[in-house]
Design a protein around this ligand. Structure first.
Ligand code: KG4
Ligand code: ZN
Length: 359
């Protein structure tokens, strides 16, 4: 009954200039809340726990959940203050319900349910990875579909073809580690701390690409990825050579980084070329990497293909991307109102959001 009532409210909303969405994202180690009105960003608050998890060399799930629980109320308040609006002006709430750390997600999901009930406005569940894709739609409006999307993050490496803002066909994914996971592990062995990506990028700028690391080929799907062999090979290389004379950390960083990016760039461009597509939308935390952005742009240009990526701040986790995804769902009439039974899901398929959130 409650869900039906909320769905009716949701169905009346239009993705116009007035639609005001408050989005909550707590899937990993960022407590984030954003508010948009139309496509105008009223606030985008990110409270990062990086300094807390740094000392453990990675995210400790229980600590992440506890910190979300103590931060969330204040982060919501900060987002409202920055947006200079009150809760009555919010038309709908969006919350990430997967993929991510279940304990961390549950904090955002539970808070969002309570908030939605208190202000009597619908709550829309958001697939985190879909959010990463939607982050690009802030600056790139009127997209000409179909286009290629490439999501490169700590949990996913996905290639797909989008035929609208909300329709996506997955063409290839990683069969083992995600590219960001591989980057973080190797960075840790290099002694670069957590999170590895930004530190690896800095170190790689000083190095030469002079070590050949293996790049996996997957027999039955050209567009699939595998990073676990590369990870093992890089870790073994570091352990076997770190005490030897002439070992240069920066060369390992540059060579390893290039080996991670080569299949991403190559496969995304091939997918566009084979399907006569002229635009690729790159997103996810790893897409914050300047070297990846520049190299991919340069290589794509040779095929007359344009690479789009979000502002660096929107590449890594944030709630604005979830608000943008919620807006896309309303626009395409695919937004589903959640009930009190909405659960957090550790792994959500990227191409199957609407069924799983219909719980
Ligand atoms: O999207 P994201 O913030 O969280 C997930 O959804 O996983 O991605 C996090 C990943 C981490 O592996 C992090 O090391 C990587 O993105 N990352 C980078 C850079 N900034 C973040 N990787 C390479 N270069 C960067 N500048
Ligand atoms: Zn993410």
């Amino acid at each position: 009954m409650y869900k039906k009532k909320m769905q009716e409210k949701l169905d009346k909303l239009k993705a116009d200039d007035k639609l005001t969405i408050l989005a909550i994202e707590t899937s990993c180690d960022e407590t984030a809340v954003a508010i948009i009105k139309g496509k105008k960003v009223l606030s985008n608050v990110i409270s990062s726990q990086i300094d807390i998890h740094k000392r453990y060399g990675g995210v400790v799930p229980e600590i992440a959940s506890r910190n979300h629980a103590s931060a969330i109320k204040n982060v919501v308040q900060m987002a409202l203050d920055e947006a200079k609006i009150s809760l009555e002006k919010i038309d709908m709430i969006a919350v990430t319900y997967g993929s991510g750390l279940v304990g961390a997600l549950l904090v955002g999901v539970s808070f969002a349910k309570g908030l939605s009930y208190a202000i009597n406005k619908p709550l829309v569940p958001i697939n985190h990875i879909r959010g990463h894709i939607a982050a690009n739609y802030l600056q790139y409006d009127n997209v000409e579909f179909p286009c290629v999307v490439a999501i490169v993050s700590g949990g996913h490496t996905v290639l797909g073809i989008a035929s609208s803002y909300t329709d996506l066909k997955i063409v290839g994914e990683s069969i083992d580690d995600a590219c960001g996971e591989c980057i973080d592990k190797v960075s840790r062995v290099l002694g670069l701390g957590y999170p590895g990506g930004p530190n690896l990028e800095k170190l790689a700028q000083k190095g030469k690409i002079n070590i050949k690391f293996p790049i996996a080929k997957i027999e039955d799907n050209f567009y699939a990825f595998s990073f676990s062999g590369l990870k093992t090979s890089a870790i073994n290389y570091i352990n076997n050579n770190k005490k030897k004379k002439g070992f240069k950390k920066e060369d390992v960083a540059a060579s390893f980084q290039a080996a991670v990016f080569e299949p991403i760039i190559d496969k995304a461009i091939q997918l566009a070329v084979k399907n006569n597509i002229k635009e690729i939308f790159l997103s996810g935390g790893v897409s914050a990497n300047k070297y990846l952005r520049e190299l991919m742009t340069k290589e794509a240009k040779q095929h007359n293909i344009k690479i789009n990526f979000p502002d660096v701040k929107l590449s890594t986790d944030n709630a604005l991307m979830c608000a943008l995804e919620a807006r896309c769902l309303v626009k395409d009439k695919k937004a589903r109102a959640a009930g009190f039974d909405l659960d957090a899901i550790a792994y959500l398929d990227v191409d199957n959001i609407y069924d799983t959130c219909n719980n």
